[in-house]
Design a protein around this ligand. Sequence first.
Ligand SMILES: NC(=O)c1ccc[n+]([C@@H]2O[C@H](COP(=O)([O-])OP(=O)(O)OC[C@H]3O[C@@H](n4cnc5c(N)ncnc54)[C@H](O)[C@@H]3O)[C@@H](O)[C@H]2O)c1
Length: 332
Amino acid sequence: MGKILATGGTGYIGSHTVIELIKKGYEVEILDNLFNSKIEVLDKIEKITGVKPKFHEVDMLDAENVEKVFAEGNFDTVIHFAGLKAVGESVEKPLEYYKTNIDGTLNILNSMKNNGVKKIIFSSSATIYGDPGQPQCVETLETGRELTNPYGKTKYMIEEILKDAAFADKELSVTLLRYFNPVGNHESGLIGEDPNGIPNNLMPIIMKVYKKEIPELSVFGDDYDTRDGSCIRDYIHVVDLANGHILAMEKMQPGVSIYNLGTGNGTTVFEMIKAFENASGEKLPYKIAPRRAGDLPVLTANAEKAEKELGWRATHTVEDAMRDTINFLRNA
Ligand SMILES: NC(=O)c1ccc[n+]([C@@H]2O[C@H](COP(=O)([O-])OP(=O)(O)OC[C@H]3O[C@@H](n4cnc5c(N)ncnc54)[C@H](O)[C@@H]3O)[C@@H](O)[C@H]2O)c1
């Protein structure tokens, strides 16, 4: 079994994937500049798995140090989580987003090339479907149309860069994993999503309202054509997501493979609030706010391809995610 480099491996999805990889006996090293994660995550990973992964505090924009990590690492596969991910912020700071996400990825790809690393899994997003014109997204849909923010555009552009790289190098294996809405955390409650700054995804905001760091939750629109008027999304437990990476990695082959990682089911914002209240036993203050520009009423995954080809399926429910989130909040 070859060694794996997880860029962004101290982050939310990266750390959960590192844990599942270690549990399966893989050797993993992490490259992260700790821009949006904390060094203590390494101790938590050790507590959960008994192994503290080797850590490189490196900015992926620093090509020289990235190259050093690769030159010493003898990696078989890169799982590339690192990047900036706040949709709203990307509208305010487009150049930072393009620089970090695109240049950072190019540095990783160059060092892979220089050091003969032939496999990369990329953290893509359902965002790249833009407005798919249908509630369920299937991998064969056209991507990149009507993208409303620079973050989503970087994900689309990186997918295209990786496709071109695989076309040019027939030995390269590229797997694009399009995540839907990751939620929850490891059942130990030791690690979870803990963003620096103000988040703009539903779960991290709910968590901040619970911690009274934000007075109330805004529900953006209660008059959509959905079962309760609020938007529907496909919430996928992060441990299921983590396991999707492992199954995808074990099936990698030269060329490009693309998989949606979602449950195939949708949950409304009001249902998420209710599920959180049931798990916490407390009311969550919220208000109805105007619709946000660019929000689609429904966006869920068609996850049949991952099930058929990888044998992957989400096994955790939204209720599991809420229980684990409460556990993390009470532990932290
Ligand atoms: N969480 C989501 O809702 C979601 C959905 C779809 C896709 N994704 C993608 O999945 C990946 C992981 O997301 P996450 O939720 O774990 O985010 P995260 O912010 O928790 O993790 C990203 C990690 O990358 C690191 N990083 C940022 N810039 C870096 C740089 N220049 N050099 C080295 N490291 C750097 C951060 O410090 C952080 O640890 C991201 O690429 C994100 O865009 C996330």
